[in-house]
Design a protein around this ligand. Structure first.
Ligand code: K1U
Ligand code: ZN
Length: 176
């Protein structure tokens, strides 16, 4: 017997105002969350991306999915109500992209290491001390839950250039 693949979700692009809203906590035992997480993971792998936050698919809930090694055996993480509980003073800079700003990239500086707590789909409390790409990705996704985008971490000059380039490219794509 085969099971149907989860339906993909449309990803919102900047300047959709839902990307600037603060997402609401997920209530314990919310019955919508397992199916939404499954669809978000399918959407993230298809994009492809290494993370996706619920507001990027129009759901203003504190839910994130992550897999920082999408080309290897899938190791999906589903984070309900994730929180950064500690961050290093040491900083790290790496190039970031965002599925809500397709084809736009910039060097972003953030804490090099973070401790993140969340609840999994069974309601169990989880914690990770992350560095490298996982640390950057978790911070990027938790920013989405607060209406913050990676371009908010770069200079106004670079941000405006990148946002103008994005608007032009999305307009050209809409004409195709
Ligand atoms: O939240 C998002 O928009 C997803 C975003 C996450 C992210 C990327 C880089 C640094 C921090 C957070 C992406 O996944 S952009 C695509 C991407 O980085 C990628 C895609 C395929 C393979 C490897 C990376
Ligand atoms: Zn993003």
């Amino acid at each position: 017997m085969t099971t149907d693949a989860p339906a993909l979700l449309p990803i919102l692009y900047v300047p959709d105002p839902r990307l600037r809203a603060k997402a609401k906590p997920v209530e314990p035992n919310d019955p919508r969350i397992p199916a939404l997480a499954e669809r978000m993971l399918a959407t993230m792998y298809k994009a492809p991306g290494i993370g996706l936050a619920a507001p990027q698919v129009g759901e203003l809930l504190r839910l994130v999915v992550v897999d920082v090694h999408p080309e290897e055996k899938p190791v999906p993480m589903v984070l309900v109500n994730p929180e950064i509980v500690a961050a290093s003073t040491e900083l790290a800079t790496r190039e970031e992209g965002c599925l809500s700003l397709p084809n736009q990239f910039a060097e972003v500086t953030r804490p090099a290491r973070v401790k993140v707590r969340w609840t999994d789909l069974t309601g169990a409390r989880k914690e990770v001390e992350a560095d490298g790409l996982l640390a950057a990705c978790l911070q990027h996704e938790i920013d989405h839950l607060n209406g913050v985008l990676f371009v908010d971490h770069i200079s106004a000059l670079k941000r405006n250039m990148l946002l103008r380039k994005l608007a032009k490219e999305l307009k050209a794509k809409a004409r195709d």
